[in-house]
Design a protein around this ligand. Structure first.
Ligand code: FES
Length: 105
């Protein structure tokens, strides 16, 4: 699925991410800056924080309760905040837009 990652400074990265990977893995494998992913996708670090574009919030799904508590460690959390390692890329997410926060952690 095509995912658009937008850095805090506005730089856009349009990446074709294979289905089954997470939104975080799509960024890391393509060296998109702005996602650190210190824990490697275990929902244990909150350094893969992204803001899901409003138009995509429903499709991207709800935070799990574990993800929700981990987000307490992220800064500038908003209603559309997600941990990108917890969003799995599927064909339905083709066109997804996420924005990265200024800082991770
Ligand atoms: Fe650590 Fe997502 S990579 S919580």
């Amino acid at each position: 699925a095509k995912i658009t990652y937008i850095e805090h400074n506005g730089t856009r990265h349009e990446i074709d991410v294979p289905d089954g990977l997470s939104v975080m893995e799509g960024a890391i494998r393509n060296m998109v800056p702005g996602i650190d992913a210190d824990c490697g996708g275990a929902c244990a670090c909150a350094t893969c924080h992204v803001y899901v574009d409003e138009a995509w919030r429903a499709k991207a799904g709800e935070r799990s309760s574990m993800e929700d508590s981990m987000l307490d460690f992220a800064s500038e959390v908003q209603a559309n905040s997600r941990l990108s390692c917890q969003i799995k890329v599927t064909p339905e997410l083709d066109g997804l837009v996420v924005r990265m926060p200024e800082f991770q952690g």
